[in-house]
Design a protein around this ligand. Structure first.
Ligand code: NAD
Ligand code: WQD
Length: 336
């Protein structure tokens, strides 16, 4: 099966391509290299023995996309291509709407012209906004978003939902990720954030490797057992297996489906620091700071729907998450 992987050089896309090749699928990668390095292709080849077909280009370039669709027998699209920083989106909202929303519209239009009507979209738990009830299920209200990035995810979900309402032969899968972390167990590929990372896990490993002095803990006065924020951290390999299962079981079958991809278990910032200390043997110096604007106290998934419909469940432990992240960081102290 040939699958166009938009944003396939990035963190989640690259791990997914490895899993796809291992499962006998042929990824056709389209990536502008806006937030990725071409070296990733050689790493995918090192792991799988196959170099994926790669087109450097922007999904907002319709002529380019039409050419890619004409050149292959693509059956389905995995859509990872997007900008993903909440703080950056507040500073540059138009850039985010243009890249994420406009980019998705162009991609969907090009798919339609090519007669490819099967898409798996990388959405996020951010579409739920603030919720007082945990765990979060797919039926919770979406759209009460608190920043432009989250809003782009919600808008693309709506576009695809409205498209399905008017053309019911589409196969549309919206995957709402919780907090993807970790790396391939080989340490050959992993997360390589450009500039200063804003997510917890890359910051912990950068402190551990000496690239940063300490971790700023954003608030210890939340209404949680130890006062720090709680999130549902999912191992990247579990997350990508969710995509491959989705492709295998539902792509090509018309329908609109929405799934949370999370573990169903939350960890606090202090717990994350402590487990990292124990598993990797490195102490993480930290300082308690003000709460980060827009942060919520806790968020974790109810992943039962994906288990019921797809037979998918996150299997890897927090210990594996820490071990694999640390292996990647040690082998690649400066990233790719
Ligand atoms: P990433 O930045 O590592 O990967 C995204 C890739 O898309 C990059 O390789 C980038 O170069 C490419 N890209 C961006 N805009 C493009 C465009 N217009 N045309 C072509 N290529 C383009 O991010 P990631 O962590 O792998 O995330 C993948 C997707 O999952 C994103 O859409 C993100 O919003 C979503 N998501 C990520 C997380 C997370 O925590 N990592 C959580 C929820 C959802
Ligand atoms: C986790 C916890 C922080 C950094 C973000 C995006 C979201 C999603 C995933 C894409 C929180 C605390 C963090 C630090 C800290 N991506 N923290 N010090 O906030 O759940 O979600 O990433 O869709 O869009 O908003 O993840 O990793 O930033 O934070 O104390 O330096 O760690 O307050 O409790 P978050 P995160």
């Amino acid at each position: 099966m040939e699958v166009l992987v938009a944003g396939g050089i990035g963190y989640i896309g690259s791990h997914t391509c490895v899993k796809m090749i291992e499962s006998g699928m042929q990824p056709i990668i389209v990536d502008s290299l806006l937030n990725a390095k071409v070296e990733v292709l050689s790493r995918i080849e090192a792991l799988t023995g196959k170099k994926p077909i790669f087109y450097q280009g922007d999904i907002r370039d319709e002529i380019f996309l039409d050419m890619v669709f004409r050149s292959h027998k693509i059956q389905s699209v995995l859509h990872f291509a997007g900008l993903k920083s909440v703080s950056e989106s507040v500073l540059e909202p138009l850039r985010y709407y243009d890249n994420n929303v406009n980019g998705s519209l162009v991609l969907i239009r090009s798919m339609r012209k090519a007669g490819v009507k099967s898409i798996v979209f990388s959405s996020s738990a951010v579409v739920y906004g603030h919720s007082d009830v945990m765990p979060v299920t797919e039926s919770f209200l979406t759209g009460m978003t608190t920043n432009p990035y989250a809003c782009t995810k919600y808008i693309v979900e709506r576009c695809l939902t409205d498209l399905f309402a008017s053309e019911s032969d589409w196969s549309i899968t919206l995957l709402r990720y919780f907090n993807p972390v970790g790396a391939h167990p080989s340490g050959v590929i992993g997360e390589d954030p450009k500039g200063i990372p804003s997510n917890l896990m890359p910051i912990i490993t950068q402190v551990a490797i000496g690239r940063r002095e300490y971790l700023s803990v954003f608030g210890n006065d939340y209404p949680t057992p130890d006062g720090t924020g709680i999130r549902d951290y999912i191992h990247i390999m579990d997350l990508v297996e969710g995509h491959v299962v989705a492709l295998e079981s539902i792509s090509g079958k018309s329908g609109l489906r929405v799934y949370n991809l999370g573990t169903g278990k939350g960890f606090s910032v202090f717990e994350m620091i402590e487990i990292f200390n124990q598993v990797c043997g490195v102490r993480i110096p930290y300082q308690i700071c003000q709460r980060r604007l827009g942060d919520i106290a806790e968020c974790w998934a109810n992943p039962e729907k994906a288990k019921h419909d797809l037979g998918w469940t996150a299997k890897r432990s927090m210990i594996e998450i820490m071990e694999d992240t640390w292996r990647w960081q040690l082998k690649n102290p400066d990233g790719y």
